[in-house]
Ligand binder design. Structure first.
Ligand SMILES: [Zn+2]
Length: 403
């Protein structure tokens, strides 16, 4: 067999098999349970039977908002119950005195990468006040850190679209400038006109061939009707497989009969659901949706920002929290929680060649666990993290300089 760059020996796969993994360039060229012969091998690493997992996929993060890499900023609660509008106002005030986005995003990227994240989808605020400034900063961060992590960008109307004049044009400008997806925010609850809001979002997606990822906190039957409308429009526009509804709290608030019907529509349309199972909120029933054929994936969402003070970017911890809050105890259920931060998220992000497979990108992490279930319940550290076959983090610290 041909020349390879690195041979990882004694790698434990999720199914317990001990294999060797051969890397050439940035790709996996062999995963074999018996020793293969190669014309030449650049380097050999003995992994000592540690567990090798595919790089973790962060399905929803806000790189422009976090205060990681900045002073601790105590949480400021809403004055009269939770209000997105008030939270956005508080956030703008807090961000005005924060360190530059480049520094905070870099600190958060490093935190996430050190835990094993090799791919991300980041929402980035776009509105009339900040214009494309956050977007441009995150594009720069994406490029500066691309040797450690691949970042997809969602142009996110955090202040609304119809109620924030000028935002529709800015979203389209962001997409023209390279945003991978167009976002949305509570079409009815925040903007007061679900049809008008979705006309803008789907219009931009159709005109530019990009995906959609809509934040939907709207609850109860109002939320359900918006979810069904998003599914209907996805089907009508042929955007199946490229549309995500993030949070979709309503799916956790209505009867299981109503969820069943909505799940059917989501599955038929090819709309994925993102849940972070946050705090004390009801959240979508993961297994019911999965059984109906809906792709359900996860991400950390807000990390130490104006919205809440929690999080350290560890997706194995996020998988644990989802399992914990869902009452997952069996091996099969724990494996499902793991899938939500790996294969399911990769599918939602449209990542080709994901996983520890021949031809796939050599993105993986190595840790002390016997199997996926133990990785989820114990979140072992330290971890070694590889991106495109290169060691990028060891024992919680970044080892490779940014590009
Ligand atoms: Zn979010």
């Amino acid at each position: 067999m041909s020349a390879i760059d690195i041979l990882f020996q004694n790698a434990r796969l999720a199914d317990g098999q001990i294999v060797e993994i051969a890397i050439s360039g940035a790709k996996i060229v062999a995963v074999a349970s018996t020793a293969q012969s190669y014309d030449s091998v650049g380097k050999i690493h003995d992994l000592g039977r540690r567990l090798v997992l595919p790089g973790l996929v962060e399905g929803h993060i806000h790189l422009d908002k976090c205060f990681v890499g900045d002073d601790w900023k105590p949480h400021r609660p809403c004055t009269a119950g939770f209000s997105v509008r008030e939270r956005v106002r508080f956030e703008k005030e807090a961000l005005a005195s924060a360190r530059p986005i480049a520094e905070r995003a870099a600190a958060l990227i490093d935190l996430c990468v050190a835990h094993g994240t090799t791919q991300m989808r980041s929402h980035v605020d776009v509105d009339a006040e900040v214009g494309l400034r956050h977007f441009e900063s995150i594009v720069a961060a994406r490029d500066a850190h691309r040797e450690k992590v691949s970042v997809q960008i969602v142009a996110f109307p955090q202040s609304g679209i119809l109620t924030s004049p000028g935002t529709a044009d800015l979203l389209e400008e962001a997409v023209r400038a390279g945003a991978d997806l167009v976002g949305g925010l509570d079409p009815a609850g925040h903007d007061g006109d679900a049809a008008g809001h979705l006309d803008v979002v789907f219009g931009i997606a159709e005109r530019h061939g990009v995906g959609i990822d809509i934040h939907l906190h709207d609850g109860g039957m109002q939320g359900i009707s918006e979810i069904e409308e998003i599914a209907r429009r996805t089907k009508a526009t042929g955007l199946g497989g490229k549309v995500t509804i993030s949070h979709a709290y309503a799916l956790g608030e209505v009867s299981s009969g109503a969820v069943q019907r909505t799940a059917q529509r989501l599955a038929e349309a090819g709309v994925a659901i993102l849940t972070a199972a946050p705090g004390a909120r009801a959240f979508p029933p993961v297994l019911l949706l999965r059984d109906a054929g809906v792709n359900v994936f996860s991400g950390n969402d807000n990390i130490r920002d104006s919205w809440w003070p929690y999080g350290d970017g560890d997706l194995l911890e996020r998988a644990m929290l989802i399992g914990y809050r869902s009452g997952f105890n069996t091996d099969e259920q724990l494996a499902e929680a793991f899938e939500m931060v790996t294969a399911n998220a990769a599918r939602a992000l449209g990542l080709a060649g994901y996983g520890l497979t021949v031809g796939g990108a050599a993105d993986f992490l190595v840790l002390d666990a016997r199997h996926v279930q133990e990785a989820v319940v114990a979140r072992p550290k330290p971890r070694d993290v590889y991106k495109n076959g290169r060691l990028v983090a060891r024992a919680g610290s970044i080892v490779a300089a940014a590009a």
